[in-house]
Design a protein around this ligand. Structure first.
Ligand code: MG
Length: 391
């Protein structure tokens, strides 16, 4: 997570040694508000640092990934998830000679817009917002860095580089894209984002699938026996078990997961290099105009990953105990929204005056959006405290 390249004052930091299809700051579409460059850091290092110092980033520590905070100290939170994504993404980025600073910035910011209580929280807020433009955590992550952080005297948000913002906005409907200017254009033109953005998206998948296996085992909600139905797990476990038959099961599982991550990362790097060659990718323009994404697993491993995902869906994410938490999330989030919407006097002063001001400009959509921004920013325990305060 720390800067990897030391630059001395006086010599301008650059992105030297990068592949010709990497993002470089010289070809960047830059920041919305122009700022003097930094003597010691690349523009993407600055983005990463702005993200680390943001309020939204610190809140990730108390937001649920799959298991609620108070269920145990060792489960992943949104913060540790984001750090694991950054680690995997940076390794892949460096191996491909891509822009590691940009990759790290995207990875650390990718979940800033997530609500409390994991996916259940996001689904609940989306339901509440269905008549007011909906709620999508990707778009919300971009709202956080574009508008919601209040740190700089000259602008709202963090004023990040275009390519960092592009990487944060992984998905977007064409309808929403039309209102978003140049950052939404690729969803209308059906072009691709940078390789750094593409690989971070897949590093996210590698991270959560593997750490959810680990957390799932730790919680006892899934077992090694069950996981042996999954080809990818079974094969690596078999090798580990043959080589270290006397190792405690817990350590066998750890070693299995470590080997799976390694295989996924190596396959992704090899297959992406093949795609780069087969598609004659020579520069960032070739990346963007390519018909499909260039960073991908080999077809065989893609299938194996799909099998693992299906397993986790059926056995962990839909587990009775996880569903119980989801029901509570639903209750808390929709209660907060309904109450704040019908009684704005329940909102803290700052949010009430913002909501009423937005209402004058954008009507109920604007009013509801400010409430959604407030709720989306809450940590698990703050949401629970607010629920207690207003009920
Ligand atoms: Mg994520």
């Amino acid at each position: 997570m720390v800067a990897t390249t030391a630059h001395t004052t006086g010599s301008k930091p650059t992105n030297s040694g990068l592949a010709k299809y990497a993002v470089t700051q010289n070809q960047s579409q830059g920041r919305k508000f122009s700022e003097p460059s930094c003597q010691t850091r690349t523009e993407y290092q600055r983005d990463r640092d702005r993200i680390i110092h943001s309020t939204a980033f610190r809140r990730l520590e108390y937001k649920t990934q799959v298991f609620i905070n108070h269920e145990g100290d060792l489960y992943r939170t949104r913060l540790t998830h984001s750090i694991e994504v950054a680690q995997i993404a940076r390794s892949i980025s460096r191996a491909l000679h891509l822009n590691e600073d940009l990759t790290e910035a995207i990875a650390l910011a990718h979940d800033l817009g997530h609500t409390a209580f994991g996916h259940a929280g996001q689904d609940a807020l989306h339901k509440c917002m269905k008549d007011y433009g909906g709620f999508e955590h990707n778009l919300q992550s971009l709202r956080v860095v574009d508008f919601l952080e209040e740190k700089y005297p000259d602008f709202d948000g963090l004023n990040l580089m275009f390519e960092t913002r592009e990487g944060i906005l992984k998905h977007c409907s064409v309808k929403n894209a039309r209102d978003m200017g140049n950052i939404g254009q690729r969803f209308i033109d059906r072009t691709q984002p940078s390789l750094e953005a593409q690989l971070t998206n897949i590093a996210d998948e590698i991270a959560y699938n593997n750490h959810d296996v680990d957390d799932g085992l730790r919680s006892g909600l899934i077992t090694i026996q069950q996981l042996l139905q999954v080809g990818l797990f079974d094969r690596h476990y078999f090798e580990v078990n043959s080589r270290f038959p006397d190792l405690p099961e817990k350590r066998k599982a750890q070693e299995t997961i470590r080997r799976i991550i390694n295989q996924l990362v190596c396959d992704l790097i090899d297959n992406t290099l093949k795609n780069i060659e087969n598609n004659n990718i020579c520069d960032i323009q070739d990346v963007r105009s390519s018909r499909s994404t260039i960073v991908s697993f080999s077809p065989d491993l893609k299938k194996q990953m799909a099998e693992l995902k299906t397993f986790l869906n059926a056995n962990l994410y839909q587990h009775e105990q996880v569903n119980k938490m989801s029901a509570n999330a639903q209750k808390v989030i929709s209660n907060l929204f309904t109450n704040f919407y019908s009684n704005p006097e329940l909102l803290p002063d700052e949010h009430r005056s913002k909501a009423l001001a937005r209402k004058k400009i954008n009507g109920n959509d604007g009013f509801a959006r400010v409430i959604a921004d407030y709720i989306a920013g809450m940590t698990d325990r703050y949401a629970q405290i607010e629920y207690g305060r207003i009920n």
